[in-house]
Write a protein that binds this ligand. Structure first.
Ligand code: GLP
Length: 260
């Protein structure tokens, strides 16, 4: 596990964008797993800038989003389809046929989930998965007690997650309690994982994920078993880490021969 601590969210997001851009340059038909929430917004902004100013080409890239609310149409302002369109898709040259987001309006959701898994497989699996982290340690919408081997399926949100995400809804009664999310097992199959976390509100969740025991009660902790997981943090989100100084030193003195 690599832990990169930057002074602020902007610089951490730039590091993340450089990693993604490097992958796309090396593999123009890369498959990316994408996340929503406030955390990846700066990362997407930097990718948009690279597309406009540095000709970063998304023309052959495929993207799969982690999750979606059940019962929200793609046009709903709090739907993750809407979020992705506004924060990334409409600003870059992604082929709409290669943008996959769970369909919260699907009639047969269990069947849809199986198809989503099959589509990920057919695309060759994710080369890189972007993640945020919930204050309760969730990744995607895999809440505490999620099976660490789970696949794309329906989940029920905890009270903590509902409260954290209420800000995206005009009226709380419109906030769905049920969601579709890639499973922890699905996420773990990505070749590389980039988890972003910013702000003091995330410090405890980050410390548990990186340095605590691996447990389904803190789903992000399973990333300790991932062979190529990188945490991109700002100082505030890194504040609870015991080995904070060590991680900083490692990154600041990274030899050239080590890959980014
Ligand atoms: C939601 C998303 C997660 C995201 C989390 C954190 O629950 N399903 O993928 O990581 O929110 O959100 P934020 O980045 O706004 O703190």
């Amino acid at each position: 596990m690599e832990i990169i601590i930057q002074s602020d969210p902007q610089s951490a997001s730039q590091v993340g964008a450089r990693i993604i851009a490097g992958l796309i340059k090396k593999k123009p038909d890369a498959v990316l797993g994408l996340a929503t929430g406030s955390t990846p917004v700066l990362l997407y902004r930097e990718l948009i800038r690279m597309h406009r100013e540095e000709a970063l080409d998304f023309g052959r890239v495929t993207v799969f989003n982690l999750d979606e609310y059940i019962g929200l149409s793609p046009e709903h302002s709090a739907s993750y389809r809407h979020f992705m369109y506004e924060n990334l898709f409409r600003h870059v040259n992604l082929n709409p046929e290669r943008t996959f987001i769970p369909d919260g309006m699907a009639k047969d959701i269990p069947r849809f989930c199986l198809r989503y898994e099959a589509q990920i497989r057919q695309a060759g699996g994710m080369d890189l998965q972007v993640l945020g982290i919930g204050t309760d340690g969730h990744i995607g919408f895999n809440e505490p007690s999620s099976s660490l081997a789970s696949r794309t399926r329906i989940k029920t949100l905890t009270a903590e997650t509902l409260a954290d995400n209420a800000r995206f809804f005009d009226c709380p009664e419109n906030q769905p309690r049920h969601v579709i999310t890639m499973g922890v097992g699905t996420i773990m199959e990505a070749s590389r994982v980039l988890l972003l976390a910013f702000g003091e509100k995330k410090a405890a969740a980050v410390a548990e994920a990186a340095e605590g025991p691996v447990t389904a009660m803190h789903p992000a902790s399973v990333l300790q078993f991932h062979p190529a997981a990188t945490f991109l943090l700002d100082e505030a989100a890194a504040a609870g880490l015991k080995k904070h100084q060590y991680y900083r030193w490692v990154y600041d003195h990274k030899p050239d021969w080590q890959q980014s």
